[in-house]
Ligand binder design. Sequence first.
Ligand SMILES: Cc1ncc(COP(=O)(O)OP(=O)(O)O)c(N)n1
Ligand code: TZP
Length: 450
Amino acid sequence: MVWIDLKRVPVALTIAGSDSGGGAGIQADLKTFAALGVHGTVAITSITAQNTREVRAVQDVSVDVIKAQIEAVVSDIGVDAAKTGMLHTSEIIEAVSEEISRYKIPLVVDPVMIAKSGAPLLKEDAVGSLIRRLLPVAKVVTPNAREAEVLAGVRIGSVEDARRAAKLIADMGPEGVIVKGGHMEGSESIDILFYQGDFIELRAPRLESRNTHGTGCSFSAAITAELAKGKDIREAFRVAKDLVTHAIMYGIPVGKGHGPLNPMASLYNESERYATLMRVVEAVRILEGIEDARKIAPEVGINVAMSLPYARDSHDVAAVPGRIHLVGRKLKATSYPEFGASDHLARYILTSRLYDREIRAAINIAYSDENLERLASMGLKVSWYDRREEPGEVKAREGATIPWGVRVAVERAGRVPDAIFHRGDWGKEPMIVLLGRDAVSLAEVVRSIA
Ligand SMILES: Cc1ncc(COP(=O)(O)OP(=O)(O)O)c(N)n1
Ligand SMILES: Cc1ncsc1CCOP(=O)(O)O
């Protein structure tokens, strides 16, 4: 949940370049500030003609206008924390350092050097100015491994090297140094914070995505937003790692190169919570209204589940705790839907979404040839997996059967089918699981089958 202080909305300032593609620079920063409930202000340093593939042109803003933008914002609105992004030349770095030093604003420095597309965004001869003029006035510096190599003058090939570099950079003045591991090898993305003599390491599974443009910008903007709220560096670090991981998971697939990450993913998720829960409530109402549900109710009960649009795990999936059971001929839900109440259906949905992001809902019904025939007669695509063919190493891993089964069924069908069934195994009841975009539409399909 984003807690917003309505009496005094925190204000953050980004001193950075504009990205015409809307993925990095001030555009990413403003989205990130907004997602974290902070009012964003800007001082544009350069205008770039940029898209997901390349930087075509750069026009630097005059240092007088850069300083005037900072002055205008600070003198009237007030700034709780600021960050820097693209500072193209020594002249710009020196002007920003001078202006920021006039006010006692906590400053986050993202030492932007090279765009994801490979274009230099910091002139080579300006690295010295960054080290001499900006790092001493910074509260936090957030280099990626390649930028940290340039600043610290050491090669980074391991977490140990990253720790050494963080210490060397801390000697240049900032209170906290975060070396990001996004550009390094390995199955995890490991970021390291060096602060007050201690290291904190945050890990996240490395996500395979092309849509990561603006990652560094959003990360440093999230740190800035949290500092603007008065949060401690360590807490800001956790929020930023979490926001960026979610934003990469749901990167925006636009353009032919690296599309932008989506810093709004968490915010959109939160905004859909109530509507999603209400779709499950409505679906339950439809199921409870079925006159004779005996042919569709499995022994273990029915559940109906629906995920948030930017779901990360089963906590972002709403369903009925205790499921929906047959009482006489009718179905009765044991309780009111909640997030995190599904185990099986959540896994069906979350795995299906790896193939098709539109899939958000699932309902399980009893397996029978008759029910399969009804689905086929409705023109729905049905696929299946056989639990007896499950490889030993999958069986040995808790919770791995359904993701494996869904993959098998999707590959067999060539797309996410409308229903997946299995014929059971020792202690496992055979089952049909319907998949789709919306819990209510699926409940209507179940009503037709019944
Ligand atoms: C105007 C502008 N500022 C910063 C960048 C860097 O963004 P990107 O290329 O995506 O690299 P990271 O954000 O991941 O460091 C840019 N391209 N343009
Ligand atoms: C046992 C079972 N297998 C597939 S769906 C299902 C029932 C619903 O399970 P959950 O309530 O965990 O989503």
